[in-house]
Design a protein around this ligand. Structure first.
Ligand code: NAP
Length: 230
């Protein structure tokens, strides 16, 4: 496909790490229309500058969304529809997460519910919005729903059990989507990061993770790729 026929990339949960690096990598491969979403508008502007530093021609919109406020997600997605305009949606990256410790038994159930709202219910809300649009462009584009996962979905860490539980549920959702939509022309897949993301990690650095997302997107076959350091 020629680069100038690419549709839009929407990153749900953009930030200085994986989110903006995936957007920058996809922009360097021809995705010039990019929409970044998270809670902090000023931080999103920094993500946009980071992408522009590599792809000055990128047309970037930044919009606020708080996935923990489930009832507000539909109206936030209407704003994404407005920002898309006539540009077809081609790729979604669901990357949002609250990353941090959660001590078993002491962790309040309300906090577990909040984590589930962001990472599972929030992801499902974006799936409901995105899938009809992605199916609609399957004959002209390479539609995909991508998600950032972690090895904890299958090998939980007790000290971050809340995130582990959410990653298991989220992985299961994307696995169902992979089974259902692969033959229908929409690729659904995950990159499972098996360590803390940092610039000095040989594998688990955001740039390498972004490159793995691009390779997975191009391959359009496997459910996931896992990234491990050592
Ligand atoms: N960092 C790690 O060590 C690590 C390791 C393995 C897997 N992962 C996975 O990688 C993904 C995140 O990548 P990253 O750590 O490099 O972070 P990142 O891409 O730099 O940023 C992720 C963004 O998600 C947004 N977010 C958090 N809560 C949100 C909410 N309620 N609604 C909307 N947006 C929200 C945050 O922005 P706002 O605060 O502005 O909303 C944050 O900047 C997650 O799926 C995480 O589970 C991370």
């Amino acid at each position: 496909m020629s680069n100038n026929t690419r549709g839009a990339l929407v990153v749900v949960g953009s930030g200085p790490g994986i989110g903006s690096h995936v957007a920058r990598t996809f922009s360097s491969h021809g995705f010039k229309r990019i929409i970044l979403l998270s809670r902090d508008p000023s931080r999103l502007e920094q993500d946009a500058k980071f992408i522009h530093s590599t792809t000055p021609s990128a047309d970037i919109s930044t919009l606020s969304i708080d996935l923990s406020k489930t009832s507000e997600i539909p109206s936030a997605l209407v704003q994404v529809d407005k920002a898309l305009g006539d540009t077809p949606l081609e790729v979604v990256l669901f990357n949002a997460a609250r990353v941090g410790p959660s001590t078993l038994v002491e962790w309040p159930m309300e906090e577990l519910e909040l984590d589930l709202r962001i990472k599972v219910t929030g992801c499902y809300a974006v799936v409901q919005w995105a899938i009809p649009k992605l199916l609609a462009v399957k004959s002209s584009h390479k539609p995909a729903f991508l998600c950032t996962s972690g090895s904890i979905y299958k090998d939980p860490i007790p000290e971050v059990f809340s995130l582990s539980v959410c990653k298991a549920g989220q992985h299961n959702l994307i696995h169902s989507m992979h089974k259902k939509y692969k033959e229908e022309g929409v690729y659904c897949g995950l990159v499972a990061v098996g360590g803390v993301v940092a610039d000095d990690r040989p594998q688990c650095n955001a740039e390498n993770i972004a490159n793995k997302f691009w390779a997975l997107y191009e391959q359009r076959n496997d459910l996931e790729v896992e990234i491990l350091d050592g």
